[in-house]
Design a protein around this ligand. Structure first.
Ligand code: URA
Length: 236
């Protein structure tokens, strides 16, 4: 691939802008300043510098973010920050999207990608990728409530019933459970349906991928192994 096209594919702007970047001497590989936009490159394990900042060539990006509270999963956030504020323009130019949504006050594992097929595979309602949530509730959780969650509850304006599996009470007001669909506010509505209330919600797992050790607001690129775990539909 030509250098100018490679830079464009990585989010450095239009082909013309990439040509200008190259001609200005801003781009180097292995400490050699690259001034020929039509330089052919081998993309395998390619690393390059733009204005002294190191980048690795990635055909697509797959990111795990530990989402902080107060951030919306929307490009046009209205009342809070946007999760996209946590990423630089080079990544945003690639068309980064959230893989599903978390409420602004929910924390934990949020995946972002520019790979439309990956996004579809994880969010399509028929695919039912499991998600594991941990929550603090307003009232102590009763064994009846746990039983109802396991049996399944009805949610207004949604078809069918919504059941949780692997429901574990961690403290009087702390619960972890796995859900198998992804309708709007599902966990909060399920807890409301059994007569309790979610006070704090944290996503700990998607498919078989557990949230990596990250502080709130921190993110990492997923390895191919982690991507495969996220694609595994069942939580293990
Ligand atoms: N269920 C909810 O109610 N909120 C979320 O953010 C995710 C799942």
């Amino acid at each position: 691939m030509y250098l100018e096209k490679m830079l464009q594919s990585q989010g450095f702007g239009s082909r013309k802008h990439c040509q200008q970047l190259i001609k200005s001497g801003a781009v180097s590989i292995d400490q050699d300043i690259m001034q020929n936009p039509k330089q052919k490159l081998n993309l395998e394990n390619l690393v390059f510098d733009v204005y002294g900042k190191r980048y690795q060539y990635r055909e697509n990006v797959y990111i795990a973010l530990n989402k902080p509270t107060g951030y919306e999963c929307s490009h046009q956030a209205t009342h809070h920050f946007s999760v996209f504020d946590l990423f630089d323009d080079v990544l945003l130019n690639r068309g980064l999207q959230c893989v599903g949504r978390l409420d602004q006050d929910t924390t934990g594992l949020l995946l972002l990608t520019d790979d439309g097929q990956f996004l579809q595979a994880l969010t399509h309602p028929k695919k039912h990728v499991d998600k594991v949530y941990r929550m603090q509730t307003a009232d102590p959780i009763s064994s009846e409530q746990i039983e109802q969650l396991k049996q399944g509850v009805e949610l207004r304006n949604e078809q069918g019933t919504f059941a949780a599996t692997d429901v574990q009470q961690l403290a009087a007001c702390e619960l972890q459970m796995t859900i198998h669909q992804g309708v709007y506010h599902q966990v909060k509505r399920m807890l409301a349906a059994v007569g309790n209330k979610v006070e704090q919600l944290h996503r700990v797992q998607i498919g078989a991928l557990e949230c990596p050790e990250l502080k709130e607001g921190e993110w990492i690129y997923l390895t191919p192994e982690q991507i495969a775990l996220a694609r595994t539909r069942e939580a293990i």
